[in-house]
Each structure stands twice: as structure tokens, then as C-alpha cells.
Design a protein around this ligand. Structure first.
Ligand code: PHE
Length: 348
């Protein structure tokens, strides 16, 4: 019996040696442990063995069973590991391959300056409001104290849709809208950035440009508040060393009115070709809200006062980012636009 078992064991081990797949291993299991398997049959053969040999017989069958079980488990584990390794190898990504380049755009300086201005004024408690680019004469002019035929309209010719509708010439149009919309007639503190249009066709003016308007209405607002606000505006955007200068001017919807200059960002006020050797560059128009405008907006000029200012966003972007020619803003030269990558602007 022992010899027979040894022979069977040898045969089994040889079979194990040639197993290459899970299928072959399972076939062996059927062959040895299935219903008619070699080990199963040996096991049931015990009933024909004389009683005194049963123990020895049983032990010998066990030797073969153990050999099978050990071999089976070892090979199963090996085959499984091989399968995992094969899969890992097949799915390997070669991370040393150069990646597909992602083209990342940058924010246009026009949008960037709007965001900077908005951040600054929002931090001072202002709301940002939007106004329509297609305006009516009433909001763009009449409610701002430009009566019909007012000579100040000449400087703001624009594109007319019909007698009443036009492309707004100034974001000041939003002043009248904001006052009108505030039915409670409560204090106002807003800025309104956006596009504006004029019938300009010379080399230094574009028919479309950007402005940002500021409007504050409250009790006891004075020229000192306007001066302080604009000084902060200039210093925060153009640098702490920037100085501001106020010159008297005229706008129909403000009184008194002024033009505000800042020291030239290029020469620091010494005088250079950019500032035409004056050391100053004109930044914006401003003034105290005219009583007529307050009244037409539903505010009692005896109780409320206010200030307004308006500046060109394209010019402001030029000063802020040291852009030498305003036409760069419109010609979409990728080499220019690329310089406004998120990371770069802090350094200009
Ligand atoms: N809207 C004026 C312009 O376009 C600027 C301005 C705004 C002046 C607000 C005074 C107050 O020239």
C-alpha cells in the first residue's frame, strides 16, 4: 500500500509541476477529489480492507490527500499572484511620457482691472451694480441735468438706435438708474463698471471703451469725503507714493466739479514724454452730485448730499499695468495677453 501511495504521490507531483493555468489546476482537483476522483475512490475502498490494516490504509490515503491539498494551495496562490502581476504590468502608465500641453488662457487686463476696482470698493462697503449699455436719453442725459439741446451733449455724440435709445456714452447713466430704483430713498454707495460708447474715430479714441462710475449719497457727504475716497483709490491702485491733484472742471450733473490728476506712474512726477513733461496724468472726472440730479432722482437736496466720480477703465489698466499703448488692449496680440497670467501681475 505504501508503495502504491508513493507512486501515486510521485505521479501527482509531476502533474502539479506541469500545471500552468487555473483551469488545469481545477481539472486536477476533479481528477483527485471529484466524485470519481482517485483520492475519493481510495477513501471509499477502506471498507474492503481487513480491519487490522484499516488504520495503516487510512494513514496512507491521508499522505496522498495532504500532498494534494498542500500542492493545490501552493499552486493556487502562485497562479493568483501571477495573474495580479500580469494585470498590473498591463495597466502600467508610463509617467515619464511628456503630457499633452494644456493651453491656459489669461484674464484680459480690462476684466482684471474691473476686478481690482471692485475688490477695493467692496472692501469700503460699496455695492457693484450693472446698467444697460443700450440706454435711453432720459437716463443717459436728461436725468443727469443735460437738458435737450444742452451744449455738453456735443462732447458725447454716440450711436443712436432711434430718437430715444442710444448706446450709453458714460456709466453716469447708472447714477440716475440707481437713484430711481432706490424707492426707500436710503443712502447709496455703489460703483458701476461697464462698457461705454462714443462717436469717436481719431487715433487716440476708440468708439468703445470702459468706465467705472462711483456714486455716494447720504447725509453730510462733503467734498472732503470725495477727496479722501479718490486718494485711497489712486494710492491703492497705482501705488502708495501716488499723489493726487484736483482741478476745477465742469459736468452738468455735478457741482462743484473737478478733474483729478495723479502723478505720472512712469517718471513719478519728474516729467517725461508720457506725461508731456508735466509730471501729472489725468485720471478721472468727479464732483458733488448736482441738486437738480438729486431732486430728479427723488432725493431731497436739503437733506442729502453726495459725490460721484467716473474714470476710464482702459486708461486705468494702462496706468496700473504699465501698458505703453492703449491699442494693445484691443488688438488681441497673444504675446501681450499672455503677460497677464495670474502669477505675473503682482510684479508689474
Ligand atoms: N461721466 C463723466 C465723463 O464721462 C465723468 C464723471 C463721472 C464726472 C462722474 C463727474 C462725475 O466724462
Amino acid at each position: 500500500m505504501e508503495e502504491k501511495i508513493q507512486l501515486l504521490k510521485k505521479e501527482l507531483l509531476e502533474k502539479f509541476d506541469s500545471v500552468k493555468t487555473m483551469q488545469e489546476l481545477n481539472d486536477l482537483k476533479v481528477q483527485y477529489q471529484g466524485k470519481k476522483g482517485i483520492i475519493t475512490e481510495l477513501n471509499s475502498g477502506i471498507k474492503d480492507v481487513p480491519a487490522e490494516e484499516k488504520k495503516e490504509y487510512g494513514m496512507q490515503v491521508n499522505v496522498l490527500r495532504e500532498a494534494f491539498n498542500t500542492g493545490y494551495e501552493t499552486i493556487k496562490t502562485r497562479l493568483e499572484e501571477e495573474a495580479v502581476n500580469r494585470k498590473l504590468k498591463e495597466e502600467t502608465i508610463d509617467i515619464s511620457l511628456p503630457s499633452v500641453k494644456n493651453m491656459r488662457g489669461s484674464k484680459h487686463p480690462f476684466n482684471r482691472i474691473i476686478e481690482e476696482v471692485e475688490d477695493l470698493f467692496v472692501s469700503m462697503g460699496y455695492d457693484v451694480v450693472d446698467g444697460p449699455e443700450l440706454e435711453d436719453d432720459e437716463h443717459c442725459f436728461r436725468l443727469l441735468n443735460y437738458t435737450v439741446g444742452h451744449p455738453a451733449r456735443d462732447a458725447q455724440d454716440t450711436f443712436y438706435i432711434d430718437e430715444e435709445y442710444l448706446l450709453r456714452t458714460q456709466t453716469s447713466a447708472s447714477q440716475s438708474r440707481v437713484m430711481q430704483a432706490n424707492t426707500e430713498k436710503s443712502p447709496i454707495r455703489v460703483i458701476c463698471p461697464g462698457k461705454t460708447y462714443r462717436r469717436d474715430d481719431d487715433a487716440t479714441h476708440s468708439h468703445q471703451f470702459g468706465q467705472v462710475e462711483g456714486l455716494v449719497i447720504d447725509k453730510n457727504i462733503s467734498l472732503a469725503d470725495l477727496k479722501g475716497t479718490l486718494e485711497i483709490f489712486a494710492k491703492k491702485l497705482l501705488g502708495e507714493e501716488t499723489k493726487v491733484r484736483f482741478r476745477p472742471s465742469y459736468f452738468p450733473f455735478t457741482s462743484p466739479s473737478c478733474e483729478v490728476d495723479v502723478t505720472c506712474f512712469k517718471c513719478g512726477g519728474k516729467g517725461c514724454p508720457l506725461c508731456k513733461k508735466t509730471g501729472w496724468i489725468e485720471l478721472l472726472g468727479a464732483g458733488m452730485v448736482h441738486p437738480n440730479v438729486l431732486r430728479m432722482g427723488g432725493y431731497d437736496p436739503d437733506k442729502f448730499t453726495g459725490f460721484a466720480f467716473g474714470t476710464g477703465l482702459d486708461r486705468l489698466a494702462m496706468f496700473r499695468y504699465a501698458i505703453p499703448d492703449i491699442r494693445y488692449m484691443y488688438t488681441n496680440d497673444i504675446r501681450f495677453l499672455k503677460q497677464f497670467d495670474e502669477t505675473d501681475v503682482e510684479n508689474v
